[in-house]
Each structure stands twice: as C-alpha cells, then as structure tokens.
Design a protein around this ligand. Sequence first.
Ligand SMILES: C[S@@+](CC[C@H](N)C(=O)[O-])C[C@H]1O[C@@H](n2cnc3c(N)ncnc32)[C@H](O)[C@@H]1O
Ligand SMILES: [Zn+2]
Length: 291
Amino acid sequence: MQIVPATNLACPLDQLPLQARAVGYACANGHSYDRAREGYANLLVVQHKASLDPGDSKAMVQARRRFLDCGAFAPIAARTFDIVGACATAVDAETAAPFNVVDAGCGEGYYLDRLAKLATANSPACTVTLTGFDVSKWAVRAAARCTSDVTWLVANSRHPPFVADSVNMILCLFGFPIWEGFCSVLKPGGCVLLVDPGPDHLIELREIIYPEVKRSEPASLETAVAAGFQLDHQDGLRFEVELPNPAAIADLLAMTPHAHRLGEPGRAALAARQSLTVTVDVRLRRLTYQP
Ligand SMILES: C[S@@+](CC[C@H](N)C(=O)[O-])C[C@H]1O[C@@H](n2cnc3c(N)ncnc32)[C@H](O)[C@@H]1O
Ligand SMILES: [Zn+2]
C-alpha cells in the first residue's frame, strides 16, 4: 500500500479546501492554520470547542500510550488493517484517486501508526491517505511525535475538517461516532468502521472493581440507520492480555471510562493485584453510507 499526503482537508470556518503551505494550511478566504513543531495542525476553532481543554487529558493520553505501546491490542490493529486494505483495494480497482482514510477520535495515534507501518510493509496494491484527528490536543501532539506518514489534526467529530464527499472510510475505535458529522464528509458508498467493546471486554477487571457487572452489547445503530447508513459487515475479536505488574493494570484502567466511575473499594481491590489476565472482547461493525 502506498501512503500519500491527504489533499482533502477543509477550512473549519467556511469548508473551503485547505492548501498545504510551508508552515501549515490556508484557504482561499485567507484563514490560515500553522503546523505545530510536532507536525500537526490545530483546526479546532473556538466555535467548535465545548470546553477550554476538550477531550482526553494529558495523563489519560500518556497512560494509553504506555499501555498500547506494549502491543497488547496489536490484534485489533491487524484486523483493522485487513478491513481497510480490503476496502481500499476494491475501490482502487475502480478509480485512480487515493483511498482517503480518516481516524475520528484517533487518541494518541496507536492504530493509524500501526496501519501506516503495516501499509508500508505490504506491496503497493493501492494508494491511501491516512488522517487522524482528535479533539484533545494532548492526544494529537503525542500522535504527531511518532508517525510522519499520517496527517494529524486537532478537530471535532461534529465538524470533521474535510471537503464534502471526499472521505472513503472513517475509523472510530472505542470512540464516539457523530453520524451527522460523518455524513457531511463521506463519499456516497463510503463506510464507517466501528470498533467497540463487547459484553466480556475486560470482564476480569470489571469484576474486581464493581460489586455487580453488566454485560452490555455495543450501542444500537438506530441513529446511524436514520442518517443513511446500513450495516454490511460485523465480526468479533476475542483474546487474552496478560498485565504483568500493577503499573500495567493502572495504565489499562486509566485509559478506560471505568477510571472515572469506580469507587474507593474498587480502586483498593484493584491496587492489591500484582498481575491480571484480562479478556479483550471487541465488536467490529462496518456501515456503508447510502444517502
Ligand atoms: C476512548 S478514547 C479512544 C482513542 C483511540 N481511538 C484508541 O482507541 O486508542 C476516545 C477519544 O475520543 C476523543 N474525543 C472525544 N470526543 C470527541 C469529539 N467530539 N471529536 C473528536 N474526538 C473526540 C477523546 O479525546 C479520546 O482521545
Ligand atoms: Zn476558510
């Protein structure tokens, strides 16, 4: 797979195409966005900011980086790559344009970084662009420090900064899909890949921290269907991960929503564990946009 720079970015203020400049990006109306030292651009304008420092905190980003860097979730990245590759190859056979992949809520960039590495290691059967964005500047800053093949942006999924009808595939891993935002930039026939926790995800950890555990299915797709999406593929992935020490357990906890929910007894029970084996149970669902 060949990776080329994305050329489908749009100005968050007027949706005009953004042209790459030596120091960042600019639109024809004169709005300009500098590239930070780390290589990302901040396209999160104040009108699209719900708080002063939105999204995951620096501490959450650092915990996720330490945990994911150990390779514990590598099978999820590999499965995602297979799905992206299959979609990109099918579309590439019909058109010469690059297949534009966007990771919405990319966090500290683990999955796109893996995708870029896997893409480079595979023969160039198709051409892709890889763009990751997140509303947390801490996350994007960490992402941009590692991978230069990817375009990294601070932006909000409610207003994805891409030209209308330009995105082939949106990845949303452990994230928050905002279907109206996704519709505004996807090509008809484009798709969204959702990767969400299944009922047994991290069940061993949840059994330690909560008096009672609910085994819930991923969120229903009603809103997506109403917005013009149809589910065309679903699949599960299940494996075990060994957390060899309290630091690894603490990092896993810190990157999940449980970190904010658990009470003191749960925190103490988890802190007493020297190691833990957890089940990873995820659902992958691909939805096609057919407006
Ligand atoms: C649970 S984390 C998942 C991060 C990454 N996808 C992963 O799996 O490692 C959710 C991410 O969504 C980001 N986020 C939350 N609301 C967002 C929004 N409206 N637009 C873009 N990103 C958002 C957070 O900052 C956080 O990095
Ligand atoms: Zn503009």
